[in-house]
Design a protein around this ligand. Structure first.
Ligand SMILES: [Zn+2]
Length: 289
């Protein structure tokens, strides 16, 4: 039962010696010997994931940081412009800032999120599906990709963004990297090879692979100044003040502005290896059957 969820290789080994216990079950991490994707072992069941999002996932953080996330999404709409059809589904989009950014630019867009949005029955026939930081939460990526395929037009395009498991943050901070979040929030940690293999196995052709820095994880704030930003980040949840929405919003606004400056520094630095970067993006096209 140690098959890599990304490339299906059966060769894997322990990724460090981490062990966690949640609700009576033990979890560790494995790294694939072929594609180097890191994954939770064993993968959590659907019931465990439902419990994680019902009891441990604080959607208020996303609401309080809406301004910064919306700004990031507006930048992404511009970045992805050449790949967007008129109808764009935001798959796994939580509180919906990407759809709002898309609609502001004239696209037709809805957000679908199994754990957050209470919406109408999801329509199919989308020209483009964007899933920003979604697939790393899946306990069955083939099933998630099949669901995406069922919602896409026959020649539709898919844009995925995930944490880059080959990046410098993972290499230097391991489980302390801001985007690792093991073992039950981020279940899969993809490399370029792992994500491309998964998509090609499921009927997509890869059109473009990109590496990027983002507002909510970047090498300036979260590696070079990690202690400072950990402290700043903890302000938002500090008890008892965090019960007050105004306090949380002020913290979110202050830290967001510092993060925007950090992001600019991270973007403006040249890297000798683009794969150091924090985010992996793959743009793929469905092969018409
Ligand atoms: Zn693999």
């Amino acid at each position: 039962m140690n098959t890599c969820p990304a490339c299906k290789s059966k060769i894997s080994k322990a990724y460090e010696q981490y062990q966690w216990t949640f609700w009576g079950s033990d979890y560790g991490l494995l790294i694939c010997g072929n594609c180097k994707t890191i994954f939770t072992d064993p993968l959590p069941s659907n019931d465990v994931l439902k419990r994680v999002y019902a009891e441990c996932f604080d959607y208020r953080w996303y609401q309080d940081h809406y301004t910064a996330k919306y700004r990031d999404c507006t930048a992404r709409v511009e970045e992805y412009r050449s790949w967007l059809g008129q109808r764009v589904l935001d798959f796994g989009g939580g509180v919906g800032y990407l759809s709002e950014a898309l609609r502001a630019k004239g696209y037709e867009s809805q957000t679908y999120d199994p754990y957050c949005t209470i919406g109408d029955k999801m329509e199919s026939g989308w020209d483009t599906i964007i899933a920003l930081h979604v697939l790393e939460h899946s306990n069955d990526p083939d099933c998630t990709i099949a669901q995406i395929k069922s919602l896409l037009n026959s020649d539709g395009k898919l844009i995925l963004a995930v944490p880059n498991a080959a990046g410098k943050g993972y290499r230097e901070l391991n489980t302390q990297w801001v985007w690792m979040q093991p073992p039950l929030v981020h279940v899969l940690h993809f490399t370029k090879k792992g994500l491309c293999t998964l998509l090609e196995r499921n009927g997509f052709v890869i059109k473009e692979v990109r590496f990027a820095e983002r507002w909510d994880a970047n090498l300036d704030c979260d590696l070079e100044r990690v202690e400072q930003f950990r402290l700043l980040g903890s302000l938002w949840g500090r008890q008892p003040y965090s019960r007050l929405r105004l306090y949380r919003k002020l913290c979110a606004s202050y830290v967001s502005s510092l993060r925007n400056k950090g992001l600019q520094k991270a973007i403006n630095k040249t890297s000798t290896d683009s794969e150091d970067f924090s985010e992996l993006q793959v743009i793929a096209k469905l092969v018409a059957q």
